[in-house]
Ligand binder design. Structure first.
Ligand SMILES: NC(=O)CC[C@H](N)C(=O)O
Length: 228
């Protein structure tokens, strides 16, 4: 599996994400600049956190029009894994690859801390290594992390078990139903506000993020491997 870690002007978790997937997990991965127009040869996409385009308009709004986006949408349509953390999640909703939207935290303040989460659905290719309803800790660091969606969208997310992570022991941003991360209906595009790539080893304060990348590597296989 070879992953593209997309870099936008203002990305700041790009090196962390590359380190997590390549150096810790041992997968093949490379940076791809937002202006590129091809992702041929890549088996998955990782979109990092940060402040793409200075967070102007709305976080992720300008990045969602980047030249690389049609290719990210192509890989998503082909069933390949597409993962976005924090600003990456914001970019995925702005691009329409995930439903709903992320708006300013209720506090109107940037919040940066370790946050307790609940793994609501372990039956996805991103979460099989967790236990059902496992309580985990990951860092959060965002100013626009309040997830909102209309009633019909929320009902659909619940009916299809698309709410993957929720905040436990307090809601840091006012997200509806404590939503911290969701997946698309097809199960190959996941976005979440917390940062698993910052929790890969105990030296960093925790390693609960590693199971997410381990799940991806276990459950998504190269197309060639399937056909072999
Ligand atoms: N760490 C991040 O990716 C931050 C995302 C975005 N800039 C926000 O403040 O909400």
């Amino acid at each position: 599996m070879k992953f593209a870690v997309i870099q936008f002007p203002g990305s700041n978790c790009d090196f962390d994400l590359l380190w997590a997937i390549r150096d810790v997990m041992g997968a093949e991965a490379e940076f791809v600049w937002h202006d590129e127009t091809s992702l041929s040869g890549f088996d998955g996409v990782l979109i990092p956190g940060g402040f793409s385009y200075g967070d102007y308009l709305r976080c992720g709004a300008i990045a969602s029009f980047a030249n690389i986006m049609p290719e990210i949408k192509r890989l998503a349509a082909e069933g390949k894994p597409v993962f976005g953390t924090c600003n990456g999640f914001q970019i995925l909703v702005e691009a329409g690859l995930l439903p709903g939207v992320l708006i300013r935290n209720d506090s109107l303040k940037f919040v940066s801390k370790w946050q307790t989460l609940n793994v609501r659905n372990k039956q996805t290719k991103f979460t099989t290594e967790y236990a059902e309803n496992e309580v985990i800790n990951l860092p959060i660091a965002h100013g626009e992390g309040k997830y909102v969606a209309d009633e019909a969208t929320l009902a659909e997310l619940k009916a299809n078990n698309q709410i993957i992570f929720t905040y436990e022991n307090g809601n840091p941003n006012g997200s509806v139903d404590n939503i911290a991360g969701i997946i698309n209906k097809e199960g190959n595009v996941l976005g979440m506000m917390p940062h698993p790539e910052r929790a890969m080893e105990d030296l960093l304060g925790g390693s609960d993020g590693a199971k997410l990348f381990a799940s991806v590597l276990k459950n998504f296989v190269k197309v060639e491997e399937v056909n072999a």
